[in-house]
Design a protein around this ligand. Structure first.
Ligand SMILES: Cc1cc2nc3c(=O)[nH]c(=O)nc-3n(C[C@H](O)[C@H](O)[C@H](O)COP(=O)(O)OP(=O)(O)OC[C@H]3O[C@@H](n4cnc5c(N)ncnc54)[C@H](O)[C@@H]3O)c2cc1C
Length: 479
């Protein structure tokens, strides 16, 4: 049997790589973790979830201050935002979480941590800083980077991505956001709330194009009412650097050319797997335009080379990366065959209101040709929403023909928290009748989860048949 330096080698110290590294070393495997950047933690900690959610919260507080009157309070004397202070707060939150993802912590767990650019020299070994490291199994978890579209002029026009946006020196006066996915929309709203005049340009006919249009449109109306300008069905023709200002020429829905100008352009048009420089071409590891191709056990076409997280291009979320890291651990370290199953993978766009989902939406149900019914309940009928002044949105429940929930979408306050009840219900196979009879505390936002189920049952409970039976049994007079 060949003698390798390590049982498992991991390329990339983000959510996926750290999950594998921590688990493998604690199970007693000799573990090597190689990270290209200066610190562990990956995009989520440094340029993704953590800074964006911190920024969103700051923007929310500022928005509430500006709208104090809505809550019966006197107008607040609010001064303009100094973005350097916002960036400082973002960095301080990153610094706290960095301790959990520190090199020291992983070394203590028994992981050999190395920094630098590693490239495969054969299918069991990489070359790093002039040394060779071999491992029985490898995991590629190098994440993704912002995809930069082939737009005329983009290479000579300064723009920012999620890598720069959280550490700007000042708040831009005008910002053009190219794209309308979750990152684009979260940033558009946050900057608009902080005082930037934001224009979003989107190719398709809705924002968050993977989500159901009726849900996304409610959110879009909320953004527009806050002052965000949206161009849907618009193509980018070219960009140009005009010095202080940058120009973006778009072809709008009517086919007219519009000349947009801003002091900052944010490109948020999706992600590209980080595969360059890994030496994978020499090994013929299969990939497509989304990322590395893996089977349901997260194995590439070389069965001892696994891939997890954004680099597979599938579900680009931190919790998906962590989940896939767990699948790798099961298969590579515990030798327990375990397959990834995304049926009940939840996610959320952390806009205000938030848009969360688990399971299928109507777009997918229609595409797959299954029979389904839709049940809804509005947040404006939820007492707590009214008390909070957060009444925009609704919950949408899809049932299959056996009347089992196949998908939940929640657009509303704290939707990302509210969807967690459905995570338990759907993964645990909890019956809707159990949910309907379970008591929820009053007044809570989560009552909306029970109410939508109640809407489904009420047609049956308060039916003519039931009324007639009760009248017959108990001689009720009727109304
Ligand atoms: C602005 C923004 C907000 C987001 N918000 C959320 C959110 O709220 N919730 C959510 O679930 N997801 C969110 N995401 C997505 C989330 O950040 C990613 O899905 C997650 O970071 C993926 O984890 P990963 O381990 O696959 O990759 P990463 O976290 O990117 O880690 C990959 C690591 O590999 C390293 N690397 C790259 N190349 C090499 C190499 N050649 N050798 C060694 N190391 C290498 C990188 O430096 C990096 O540290 C957000 C993303 C962005 C951009």
């Amino acid at each position: 049997m060949p003698n390798y330096d390590f049982d498992i080698g991991i390329l990339g110290g983000g959510a996926a790589g750290l999950t594998v590294a921590a688990g493998a070393s604690q199970f007693g495997a000799k573990t090597l973790l190689i990270e290209k950047g200066k610190a562990l933690g990956g995009d989520c900690l440094h340029y993704g979830c953590v800074p964006s959610k911190t920024l969103i919260r700051t923007a929310q507080v500022y928005h509430l201050m500006m709208n104090a009157k809505r809550f019966g309070l006197p107008d607040a004397d609010v001064r303009p935002v100094d973005y350097r202070n916002v960036a400082r707060r973002i960095q301080s939150v990153i610094d706290i979480i960095q301790k959990h993802d520190s090199e020291e912590r992983f070394r203590k767990l028994g992981v050999k941590v190395k920094f630098g650019n590693a490239a495969f020299i054969d299918e069991h070994a990489v070359r790093l800083n002039g040394d060779t490291y071999s491992a029985k199994n490898w995991v590629i978890s190098t994440g993704s980077s912002p995809a930069i579209p082939a737009i005329a002029g983009i290479n000579s026009t300064p723009y920012i991505t999620n890598k720069e946006i959280f550490s700007l020196d000042s708040l831009p006066k005008f910002m053009i956001v190219i794209g309308a996915g979750p990152v684009a929309i979260e940033m558009a709203q946050a900057f608009s709330r902080l005082g930037t005049k934001v224009t979003v340009v989107q190719r398709s006919n809705q924002i968050l194009s993977k989500e159901d249009k009726d849900m996304a449109d409610i959110l879009m109306d909320a953004l527009v009412s806050e002052g965000v300008i949206l161009h849907l069905n618009a193509g980018i023709v070219s960009t140009k650097d005009l010095g202080i200002e940058k120009e973006v020429i778009i072809k709008n829905v009517e086919g007219r050319l519009l000349n947009l100008r801003a002091d900052m352009i944010l490109v948020a048009l999706g992600r590209e797997a980080n595969l360059k420089g890994l030496g994978l071409e020499g090994l013929s590891v299969e990939s497509d335009k989304k990322g590395l191709t893996v089977d349901s056990r997260m194995r590439t076409n070389h069965k001892h080379v696994y891939a997890a997280g954004d680099v597979t291009g599938e579900y680009q979320f931190t919790h998906a990366a962590g989940y896939e890291g767990g699948i790798v651990l099961s298969n590579a370290i515990l030798h327990l065959p375990r397959k990834a199953d995304y049926t009940y993978l939840p996610w959320c766009a952390y806009t205000d209101p938030e848009l969360a989902r688990i399971g299928m939406n109507e777009k997918q149900a229609k595409e797959s040709g299954i029979e389904y019914s839709v049940w809804t309940e509005e947040f404006r009928a939820n007492d707590r929403s009214l008390a909070e002044g957060e009444e925009i949105g609704k919950i949408k429940m899809l049932l299959n023909k056996k009347e089992k929930p196949i998908g939940i979408q929640i657009l509303g306050p704290q939707a990302g928290e509210l969807v967690n009840e459905w995570v338990a219900i759907m993964n645990g196979g909890v019956k809707l009748s159990t949910m309907a009879s379970a008591v929820h505390p009053y007044p809570t936002l989560a009552e909306i989860n029970k109410r939508v189920v109640g809407n489904y049952f009420s047609g049956r409970i308060f039916s003519d048949k039931v009324r007639k039976t009760l009248r017959f049994l108990f001689h009720y007079k009727g109304s």
